[in-house]
Design a protein around this ligand. Structure first.
Ligand SMILES: [Zn+2]
Ligand SMILES: [Zn+2]
Length: 276
């Protein structure tokens, strides 16, 4: 059912160690027809742009021996005031986010034109952290606040021109709905689906949800059903192992997808005409 992987981190990501050679060997073992490298670009500062340059240079070099490899990127929403400060000063040093009564406006580290100039062909864009509070680490673990904020970011990403694939919808490092996915209002998912569809976006089936020890069996079944509904709405579903340190295998994920009614051919690659 899974013959392609659109979300893999190489050692150019600050939190990953996989070499392109290891990734290519893993992909070959699984019989993948193609696969994408999506290193992190969180901020528009020297550190992240340096990582991106390393990612770009190494992938372009590796393509000479492995043409199946595709250059992508993973983009993380950041508060607009932080983006603006770095754009002006070139560094995040010395910056403190001004307090705000309402959620911060959202920005991504690079424009589509800047990404294309790097040779990037597509972007996996995904919510990672709260942008509705000044200090997320000190904010109480309020489930409803998380749901509201993830909804806001995912709706924003679903229409942004940089999003090729909406990455790991409803992923969070906090265990706020990993026991029961139904705490997220169904209407939010139909809203997100409508915007994804209108803007011809892909959605990701991310390995994490079916593998993490934080998610329950009940949640995994519900999550596979959620993906199934998106698929039935006509939104193409891609697969992302989101591998960082070892190349993850997709066997458990396929079991849950099969139980939810997914068939061979339902998990797809990004079409050539949808690449930049
Ligand atoms: Zn991510
Ligand atoms: Zn990732």
């Amino acid at each position: 059912m899974i013959y392609t992987d659109w979300h893999i981190h190489s050692e150019a990501s600050y939190d990953a160690t996989l070499t392109l050679k290891e990734i290519a060997e893993g992909a070959k073992q699984r019989g993948y027809v193609n696969f994408g490298i999506t290193d992190h670009v969180n901020y528009n500062d020297d550190k992240f742009l340096g990582d991106m340059k390393r990612s770009v240079d190494s992938v372009k070099e590796f393509q000479k021996e492995c043409p199946e490899i595709i250059l992508g990127v993973e983009l993380t929403p950041i508060p607009k005031p932080t983006f603006d400060y770095v754009a002006k000063t070139g560094t995040r040093e010395g910056f403190t986010l001004p307090e705000s009564a309402k959620p911060y406006d959202i920005e991504l580290a690079q424009t589509k034109e800047q990404l294309k100039a790097f040779g990037v062909r597509y972007a996996v864009c995904a919510a990672h952290a709260r942008l509705d509070v000044t200090n997320p680490k000190e904010a109480p673990l309020d489930r409803d606040a998380y749901i509201k904020e993830w909804y806001r970011q995912q709706m924003w990403l679903a229409s942004d021109e940089r999003t090729t694939i909406l990455g790991h919808p409803w992923w969070t490092s906090k265990n706020v709905w990993y026991d029961d996915f139904s705490v997220i209002p169904h209407s939010m998912n139909t809203d997100i689906a409508a915007v994804l569809k209108e803007n011809k976006k892909y959605v990701e089936c991310n390995e994490y949800f079916f593998r993490s020890d934080k998610t329950t069996d009940k949640f995994r079944h519900q999550y596979a059903e959620f993906l199934r509904e998106l698929h039935e709405t006509g939104i193409p579903v891609t697969y992302g192992s989101d591998s960082h340190r070892i190349f993850l295998n997709h066997d458990i994920t396929v079991e849950y997808l099969t139980a939810a009614g997914f068939k061979d051919g339902d998990i797809v690659a990004v079409e050539p005409q949808d690449l930049w």
